[in-house]
Design a protein. Structure first.
Length: 353
């Protein structure tokens, strides 16, 4: 029993030592935690400062971006305005350049092309037409062409208010009579006399000129028998196709109950389609009428403003039967076709009446 107090004292000493050690450990841990807390508080402060700085920078960047977007919008609007102004100026410049320049209709360009081709075939390539204003009454108006000789390098330019072509079938010569204009060469400008300035082309292919330029060439006399025998029967396929297309466009413009179509013709003589086959369809499908005419001509009445077809000779077939077409003619009115449109499509190759 006498050892119990000593044991208790030893236990008390051990406990005191343990408590002292634990206290020191806790104090050390507390100091460490305080240091870490101070460090973390410092880090937190710095982080908050960096956050505030970044917030300010983000705000400035947002402001700068908004200002840049506004500047871009202004620049875009300015560029669009400048592009519109430039396009408008370009269009105005184009119109100013074209002001006073009259573009020739397609039909008139084709007529000049055929005219130049006939000149070339007959060996008169030194003449070349490049402009005209219209074809009226078998007359080329506002004609401009040149005569250029390669050997001598001499050129003459012609400007004629009126130009008529007259073919002498008997002699095979073509006379071009120029009026209301002048010719210009190295000698100067010479006005045409009042009765006209003639240019005569000899040994031309009369049948070719009449078939290709029937709306321009005024033919007189009769061909010699050898010319008639040597001339090719009918119109060449290319020229025929062109005229079939022109008549097709003319008939398509007419507001008629039946749909007319020039199916075929043999030749062109004095502005008339020779041995023509005209068909008429009902509802665009069923054949309602056909006419085999010795001649078919397009007529215009300038005073009444009307256009019509005149068929002479031949046979007219309808559902009820057939009848002869008299030499006085059978007329088909083409409503809603203007005289100007007809003259353009037919290159002036029309009759009056």
């Amino acid at each position: 029993m006498r050892f119990i107090p000593a044991i208790l004292a030893l236990l008390a000493t051990i406990a005191a030592l343990f408590l002292l050690s634990e206290k020191r450990r806790l104090e050390s841990e507390s100091q460490r935690l305080q240091v870490e807390g101070e460090f973390l508080r410092g880090e937190l402060g710095e982080a908050r400062q960096r956050e505030a700085q970044l917030t300010k920078e983000l705000a400035r960047a947002t402001v700068d971006l908004s200002a840049a977007m506004k500047r871009e919008e202004v620049v875009t609007d300015t560029l669009a305005t400048q592009v519109d102004e430039l396009s408008s100026k370009r269009e105005n410049l184009r119109r100013e350049r074209l002001a006073g320049v009259e573009v020739m209709p397609a039909g008139l360009r084709q007529a000049l092309s055929d005219l130049n081709d006939c000149l070339r075939v007959d060996g008169y390539a030194e003449f070349r037409f490049h402009r005209a204003t219209m074809i009226r009454d078998a007359e080329l108006q506002g004609a401009e062409f040149i005569e250029h000789h390669r050997g001598s390098l001499k050129s003459v330019s012609y400007v004629a208010g009126k130009l008529r072509f007259e073919l002498n079938r008997e002699t095979g010569s073509l006379s071009m009579t120029l009026q209301e204009g002048s010719m210009t060469s190295e000698l100067g400008v010479v006005d045409f006399p009042e009765d006209g300035f003639p240019i005569v082309l000899n040994e031309v292919d009369g049948p070719m000129w009449e078939s290709r330029l029937a709306y321009l060439v005024n033919a007189v006399g009769e061909y010699p028998e050898e010319v008639v025998a040597a001339s090719k029967p009918g119109l060449d396929p290319v020229t025929k196709s062109v005229w079939l297309e022109r008549v097709e466009l003319l008939l398509a413009s007419a507001n008629t109950d039946l749909r007319f179509r020039l199916q075929e013709f043999h030749d062109l003589r004095e502005g008339r389609f020779v041995d023509a086959l005209l068909l008429a369809y009902e509802d665009g499908r069923r054949l309602a009428m056909s006419a085999e005419a010795k001649s078919l001509q397009v007529l215009v009445d300038r005073e009444a403003g009307s256009v019509s077809l005149l068929l002479r000779g031949g046979v007219l077939r309808k559902v009820g039967g057939e009848s002869r077409i008299s030499t006085s003619g059978y007329r088909i009115l083409l409503p809603d076709v203007s005289v100007e449109e007809c003259l353009d499509l037919m290159l002036g190759m029309v009759g009056e009446g």
